[in-house]
Design a binder for this molecule. Structure first.
Ligand SMILES: Cc1cc2nc3c(=O)[nH]c(=O)nc-3n(C[C@H](O)[C@H](O)[C@H](O)COP(=O)(O)OP(=O)(O)OC[C@H]3O[C@@H](n4cnc5c(N)ncnc54)[C@H](O)[C@@H]3O)c2cc1C
Length: 400
């Protein structure tokens, strides 16, 4: 198996496949310990995936719950215990998380080439037969595209983002704060841009436990004036909303990146795409590490069972597991792109403890349409209502 990209998704595939005895090679264009622009937040679902990979959380700062802020309303809720997932999340700066993951892949026996940009080798019949990097060509039974937000490799395979679907962009910086060891992450749902337009997205304070806090803000492409959105100004306005964190200046230049939320294709003969490369980011909270880890493990399992059928089987199982929920999330993105609907929705989302708890479960990637109980029922209902409203919401979409 050859893997292009050594982020969480590629590393998870490599760890699992190498531990099961497969010959695995990973090509990562960055150096060992490269950074990835991210909020560094791990939901309980992501922690469960790391547990499954037997990656100890030694380097991470553990988190007990989420504080949601909408205007003057604040609600602090613990990650719920007793469900499918652990009762804690974590914040783990990506330089360290990704290094721990790729080191585990090496320890499992995978060969990892750093500083090695790669592309797929495609034969005349359109089948991916291996990987080319520099002068080297490596043949592989399966090529796993784990190259993050769709770029050159995705274009090569026609596995780009669906232009009709929403996507996100977000910016983050690190700052010092006396509250760096807080045990709650914070999400502010009422952020406005420099023109006073409500931003469908949120600002976050994710304490890293090492003297610093990851501060950032993200927005969905369904927003009015999205193309003119200045993320640096947005981050500056958000800083003004968090005086209680007593933050210092940015420790490094703020950096922004894309959050893909769809892919027109995620498999083909001889290849599959996983993680961000497959558009597996939750439109309701912008989180993708857990889906990256889960899709990586899934493809390794299917490769072990039968490399030939792995691409088709992968597409089917990812569809069953995630497509419905992510489709609801994308419809939700169109909904909150309408400022008036967003304002009403926000008041509702944190209005009572009961509803805030459901919002929390959605924000924590803890729920999907198969989840039992009130949260699962709400998602199923939202599924139906949003499906009915979807054509209107898309047609009345604000000008980007
Ligand atoms: C600002 C921001 C904040 C976010 N916050 C969170 C958060 O708090 N929690 C969360 O769960 N998610 C968050 N996300 C999303 C999360 O970062 C991604 O979902 C996650 O990184 C996906 O992992 P991945 O392995 O698929 O891709 P990546 O982490 O992007 O890894 C892809 C790797 O492929 C390498 N690569 C690319 N092209 C090639 C090539 N041709 N050859 C070789 N190597 C290549 C890259 O160097 C990179 O190392 C955030 C995203 C952004 C932009």
């Amino acid at each position: 198996m050859a893997v292009i990209g050594g982020g969480p998704a590629g590393a998870a595939a490599a760890i699992r496949a190498a531990r099961r005895g497969a010959r695995v090679i990973v090509f990562e264009k960055g150096a060992h310990g490269r950074d990835k622009v991210c909020g560094d937040g791990l939901t309980p679902r992501a922690v469960a995936a790391l547990d499954e990979l037997a990656i100890p959380l030694d380097g991470a700062h553990l988190i007990d719950g989420l504080r949601m802020i909408a205007g003057k309303r604040r609600r602090e809720l613990p990650w719920s215990a007793g469900g499918r997932f652990p009762d804690h999340g974590a914040v783990w700066p990506r330089r360290r998380l990704d290094a721990a993951l790729i080191d585990a892949a090496v320890a499992a026996g995978a060969a990892v080439r750093f500083g090695a940009e790669a592309q797929a080798v495609i034969d005349d019949a359109g089948r991916v037969t291996g990987v080319r990097s520099g002068n080297a060509t490596i043949a592989a039974d399966l090529v796993v595209i784990a190259a993050g937000a769709q770029g050159a490799v995705a274009r090569q395979l026609g596995a780009v983002r669906d232009p009709h679907e929403p996507y996100g962009i977000a910016i983050r910086a690190y700052v010092e704060s006396p509250r760096h060891a807080d045990r709650h992450i914070e999400a502010c749902l009422t952020v406005k841009d420099q023109h006073g337009t409500w931003v469908p997205g949120y600002g976050w304070m994710f304490p890293c436990g090492d003297g610093t806090v990851n501060i950032g803000v993200g927005a969905l492409s369904t927003m009015r004036g999205f193309k003119q959105l200045n993320l640096n100004s947005l981050l500056e306005s958000y800083r003004a909303l968090v005086p209680d964190w007593q933050i210092g200046p940015n420790l490094e230049r703020p950096r922004a990146w894309r959050l893909p939320m769809s892919a027109v294709k995620r498999h083909g003969p001889g290849w599959v795409a996983i993680g961000d490369a497959a558009g597996l980011v939750n439109p309701m909270n912008g989180e993708g590490i857990d889906y990256g880890l889960e899709s990586g493990m899934l493809v390794a399992d299917l490769f072990e069972a039968d490399p030939a059928s792995a691409p088709i089987e992968y597409d089917r199982q990812i569809g069953e597991r995630f497509d419905g929920f992510l489709r609801t999330g994308r419809r939700f993105a169109f909904l909150i792109g309408h400022p008036r609907l967003m304002r009403t929705g926000l008041r509702f989302a944190v209005g009572t403890d009961r509803i805030a708890n459901i919002t929390l479960q959605v924000m924590g990637n803890l729920v999907d349409s198969s989840t039992p109980g009130a949260a699962g029922r709400t998602v199923r209902l939202a599924d139906r209502v949003l499906a009915a409203a979807d054509p209107v919401l898309r047609k009345t979409r604000a000008k980007a």
